[in-house]
Write a protein that binds this ligand. Structure first.
Ligand code: IVH
Length: 672
């Protein structure tokens, strides 16, 4: 491919991918499959890598995956301040607002308004110059916010390049205002995932959106389901002359910004009142949280004449919905044990109807939450459904507290398996770390048998569920004591496949020690840390008997990991399981694995485009055989594997006299 046609292709792919992003995220009408989309994306990533350093990719859709973390956010001043809205809570106040405006303008005829939902998210200011997204910030104090550009770039609905419009010529420069939020469905998925991963859950979508937008590491933001909706502008220079709020929304939409489909233009205050009533009645049917409506004078001329008073515009009003709250009594506090061992307290409530739905349970999230709200058994509490169906306890009615009530404490023992629970540093969750705890067993067995761990082929999710549910497998050691007859009787398991599984189990008895350590599923101990442990301590006993101080003194192992490790190996139930595994014939290879001798401990750097392998694949292959991989060539590099357009790394390798391999040479080395 010639350079010229590559560059053309890059331009085409960037545009095309953004078009598909828009179709998918804003218009909800994708034209191509996810797989096809991924193919386009991969092609673009590779092409851009080929011309790395030569072309500007700062607003390419490939940048939506995030950038290296920042130390802190820099301040970013808004060109036009971001005002706040005056609040109202009733229809009367809407009528007063309308009268105030007429009085101020000396008018008696009707005023037309634009009415819209009030999003419950995080306000942002997006800067565009010559149709390109240049920077973005949070609201901050209204004058200066935090520069969160890298994070905003990862949000698929933030347009990086604007579209031309015949009706509304693009301004040279403008600030666009909108709200970053998370849809309820995405919010629930996000929390479910966090719960499964043992991470603290977010209390509500707004907190989740705010927390995600304020990540110093934009790669984390890129994995959060953030959305954007635009409703206004700040500074604007050149381009379209827009005369009404309604046209502003049309222009934003034409330029490619996501706008709300729920916005209406009404002729007078009666229209505002009707919209307020309808939206309040519908609020629970919105796919995201709204906490009211916003009313804006439609004419921008009138907006200007009305001006602002004490940092709020006279031409706009937020009218909030009544929160749907009820009081009820906490009958007891139960503890749920999640799949990763996190203990979650849940208040069991005397059933009460809140906003049309019966509420009988509310999560109290974790120890900190309970302490903060001081919820006790027998307490009368205020429960609320905000825009959401997820009920929460807002506060305790302390005046109704029964004398003699006791502060709730998280249990010291797991309610499921009765082993002692721990609270790891920096975590909100108290968790059970017993590897054989029934609440976590399926997940632990799956992990134990998985590819990077004991690698037991054929032991899939379904079979694991059957084995655990039937009580056949109560801990990982039971896998090595399976009765062939019993296994065959398991649902849908033919003689042959049960034989295959048994021999796969048999074959897994001598894994490299690092895979065994990884298989134990110790919190914070992944493949990398497992390798470090084996290198430092050499044997299973060495690792098991290392003190927390020994562990923490190991290069690459921090205090949190050291605590987690020593806690795990101190737990008698876990020592018992390891003993059982040994008795069942599991004997990890304590010296370097035979298979990987040529590569074990060697450091590889991959650069350029390889002819057949993707870089990530080549890396994974090397790591699987015990090699380390790195991004930069240093004196400690053992091999550089170079493909087409390898860039400066190859020069460095030559200077340092480091062997340079082709893909072919690399594959040869793997075979050894
Ligand atoms: S207009 C000068 N429209 O409410 C007014 N704001 O209290 C500029 N908000 O910080 C805001 N939905 O975060 C406007 N449809 C909407 C909104 C909205 C939510 C938020 C925004 C702002 C706050 C003002």
């Amino acid at each position: 491919m010639s350079r010229e046609s590559d560059l053309k292709r890059i331009g085409y792919l960037q545009k095309e991918i953004e078009r598909h992003n828009r179709l998918y995220y804003q218009l909800d009408s994708p034209e191509i499959s996810d797989a096809e989309f991924d193919r386009l994306m991969r092609e673009l990533i590779e092409l851009e890598a080929k011309y790395a350093g030569e072309i500007d990719v700062s607003d390419s859709p490939t940048r939506r995956i995030g950038a290296p973390p920042l130390d802190k956010f820099s301040p970013s001043a808004h060109l036009v301040p971001m005002l706040s809205l005056s609040n109202a809570f009733s229809g009367e106040e809407i009528i007063e607002f309308d009268s105030r405006i007429k009085r101020f303008l000396g008018r008696t005829e009707d005023i037309a308004y634009v009415v819209e939902p009030k999003f419950d998210g995080v306000a942002v200011n997006l800067m565009y110059a010559d149709g390109r997204f240049t920077s973005g910030a949070t609201r901050g104090d209204g004058f200066t916010g935090e520069n969160v550009t890298a994070n905003l770039r990862t949000i698929r609905s933030v347009p990086l390049r604007l579209r031309e419009s015949r009706e509304f010529p693009l301004p040279r420069r403008m600030e666009v205002r909108g709200e970053v939020y998370i849809r309820l469905e995405d919010f629930r998925k996000l929390n479910r995932r966090r719960e499964e991963a043992g991470e603290p859950v977010f209390a509500n979508p707004r907190n989740a959106a705010a927390g995600s937008l304020r990540q110093l590491d934009s790669r984390i933001t890129s994995r959060r389901p953030l959305d954007l909706c635009c409703y206004g502008i700040g500074d604007i220079a050149g381009g379209a002359s827009i005369r009404t709020q309604w046209d502003l929304r049309r222009a934003l939409s034409a330029w490619g910004f996501p706008v709300s489909e729920h916005v209406r233009r009404v002729e007078n205050v009666e229209g505002c009142l009707a919209y307020f009533r309808e939206t309040e009645a519908e609020r629970h049917n919105f796919p995201f949280e709204i906490d009211g409506i916003v009313i804006k004078v439609d004419s921008l001329d009138l907006q200007e004449r009305l001006g602002t008073v004490s940092r709020s515009p006279r031409w706009a009003l937020a009218c909030k919905f009544q929160a749907v709250q009820e009081t009820t009594v906490v009958e007891k506090i139960e503890i749920n044990v999640g799949r990763t061992g996190a203990l979650t307290p849940v208040a069991v409530l005397k059933p009460v109807r809140v906003g049309g739905v019966t509420v009988s349970r509310a999560s109290l999230h974790n120890q900190d939450e309970i302490e903060r709200k001081d919820v006790r058994v027998g307490d009368t509490v205020v429960v609320q459904r905000a825009g959401d169906v997820i009920p929460e306890i807002v506060q305790v009615v302390t005046s109704k507290r029964r004398p003699g009530s006791e502060l709730f404490r998280m249990p010291e023992y797991c309610p499921v398996c009765k082993s002692r629970v721990v609270r790891l540093e920096g975590e909100a969750a108290v968790r059970c770390i017993d590897i054989a705890c029934p609440a976590q067993l399926k997940e632990n067995i799956r992990h134990f048998a998985s590819r990077g761990a004991m690698d037991i082929e054929g032991l899939g999710d379904k079979l694991v569920s059957q084995l655990v549910e039937s009580g056949t497998v109560r801990n990982p050691a039971d896998l090595y004591r399976l009765d062939p007859e019993k296994l065959m009787r398991m649902e849908r398991l033919a003689e042959k496949s049960s034989g295959n599984i048994l021999s796969a189990i048999e074959r897994s008895k001598n894994p490299p020690l690092e895979k065994f350590i990884f298989a134990l599923g110790i919190r914070h101990v992944g493949e990398h840390i497992s390798r470090i442990l084996v290198k430092k301590f050499g044997s299973l006993d060495g690792i098991m008997n290392a003190t927390e101080e020994d562990l923490a003194a190991t290069e690459g192992i921090g205090g949190v990991i050291a605590k987690s490790l020593s806690g795990f190996f101190r737990e008698p139930a876990n020592r018992r399981v390891i003993g059982d595994l040994r008795n069942a014939g599991v004997k990890p290879l304590e010296s370097a694995p035979v298979k990987g001798t040529a590569l074990a401990g060697k450091t590889f750097v991959f650069t350029g485009t390889l002819p057949t392998l993707k870089r990530s694949e080549a890396k994974a292959m090397a790591e699987a055989l015990g090699a380390e991989t790195s991004e930069s060539v240093t004196r400690r590099t053992d091999y550089v594997v170079a493909g087409e357009s390898p860039g400066s790394k190859i020069d460095k390798a030559r200077t340092l006299n480091i062997p340079i391999l082709t893909e072919e040479g690399f594959l040869e080395l793997l075979k050894k």
